[in-house]
Design a protein around this ligand. Structure first.
Ligand code: AMP
Length: 396
């Protein structure tokens, strides 16, 4: 696996695919700089070697239109402040203006290209467009995990034009290592905590990780399909009746593979999907009609905590309750606290994909777990066992 460390960028120009798809506020200021912060180490390494950097990214979904609301010019000053170098911006990502700016780029300088998705050729993975982009670097560096699951021109196809001179940036390398640690090389016992709303959206992940983990904790809205399938009463809880057979199959598969499945034993039930609803803790399989389980119950959280504390490798995907409402956030916070404790005791913990990342940020666990993934869809596809095209293009 080639990384930045395999190259010396002295007098070289690096074409870097970054993920600067950042949220902008009403005045076009960057509302959350985490993605720019995350790309900083890669950019600095190249500049410190004595090279220069050409940054390319998409922003929003302009769908081939030159929509100025989605111009990367809005983020230029923020990138300059974060990196500590005044970034030059060019109003296109291919063509004469870019040719000229590229020719004039000197060591220590950064050039930011305009939004790649102003061209449909980016998302269609057009080879000619990718070839044009490839002229803007001696070395291609992919540091955009968030788009690594897309075979777009700048994330995948462009790599073909750098048969020897291509590598992962620090951020992408970190993501790959974190996934490897959970899926392949992690110290046992390995535990996955899967929550979220629906079995149907997590089924491929469950099937893939049954071969990798020792313990599987199932929480959140998925719970009720498993409980009803086993004959429990789930009241008005979210439940996918057409997935009950699949749920039983998963339980059987887990048994055959020696994976211990941990389901809730009690839940915090509510008489409405409302923060101010009446609540009571009840057995998970005895929820009355008119009531729905919206968070894990106290006995469940004790059980989950015990499993988490004896784990050496932990993957967390999906909240165990409706954490967006304060009344039903306690379970998700308790899971975060248990993972924090396990991590302090030496476990490796990865949080990735979907709403668990939002929950981790909201409740301040970001610095307490070993790694929080920067890619939603890309992380989910990795957990499903898929090879991401952006990663394969660097390895190939
Ligand atoms: P996901 O994107 O699949 O991780 O699902 C996250 C969503 O699942 C969050 O918006 C939670 O509010 C929701 N969720 C978690 N537990 C429940 C539950 N018991 N009932 C309904 N929704 C839930």
């Amino acid at each position: 696996m080639k990384t930045l460390e395999d190259f010396n960028f002295e007098d070289k120009k690096a074409l870097i695919r970054v993920d600067f798809n950042v949220p902008l506020d009403a005045d076009f200021n960057v509302a959350d700089t985490s993605r720019i912060d995350a790309a900083k180490p890669t950019i600095l390494k190249i500049l410190e070697d004595g090279g220069s950097a050409v940054l390319m990214s998409h922003l929003g979904r302009p769908k081939g239109q030159r929509n100025q609301d989605m111009s990367l010019k809005h983020i230029c000053n923020t990138v300059s402040d974060i990196i500590g170098v005044q970034v030059k911006f060019v109003e296109d990502c291919v063509g004469e203006k870019v040719d000229e700016a590229y020719a004039n780029l000197e060591s220590g300088e950064i050039l930011l290209l305009e939004n790649l998705r102003f061209y449909d050729e980016e998302t269609s993975g057009d080879s000619e467009f990718a070839e044009k982009l490839s002229k803007y670097g001696d070395v291609y560096v992919n540091d955009a995990f968030g788009t690594a699951h897309r075979a777009h021109a700048s994330t995948t196809i462009v790599a073909n034009y750098f048969p020897e001179n291509k590598c992962f940036g620090y951020l992408l390398a970190k993501e790959i290592k974190a996934i490897e640690k959970v899926m392949q090389t992690g110290e046992k016992p390995v535990t996955a905590i899967l929550g979220g709303a629906k079995v149907s959206s997590k089924i491929t992940i469950i099937e893939n990780i049954l071969d990798k983990v020792d313990h599987l904790i199932i929480g959140g809205g998925m719970t009720y399909t498993f409980i009803k399938a086993q004959g429990g009463k789930v009241g008005d809880s979210i439940c996918e009746d057409d997935k009950m057979e699949l749920a039983l199959e998963i339980l059987n598969q887990a048994k055959a593979k020696g994976v211990e499945i941990h389901l809730p034993v009690d839940v915090l039930a509510a008489d409405a999907f409302d923060n101010n609803a009446k609540t009571q803790a009840v057995a998970v399989d005895a929820i009355a009609d008119g009531w729905q389980g919206l968070d894990a119950g106290p006995a469940t959280l004790d059980n989950f905590r015990d499993v988490i504390l004896k784990s050496k490798t932990i993957l967390w995907n999906g909240p165990v309750g409706v954490f967006e409402m304060e009344s039903f956030a306690k379970g998700t916070i308790a899971i975060g606290n248990a993972i924090d404790e396990a991590t302090q005791n030496g476990a490796f913990s990865l949080v990735g994909g979907g709403d668990s990342v939002a929950a981790v940020k909201q409740f301040g666990f970001e610095d307490k777990v070993s790694y929080v993934s920067t890619g939603g869809g890309a992380m989910l596809e990795s957990l499903e066992g898929k090879t991401l095209p952006g990663i394969a293009a660097i390895l190939g």
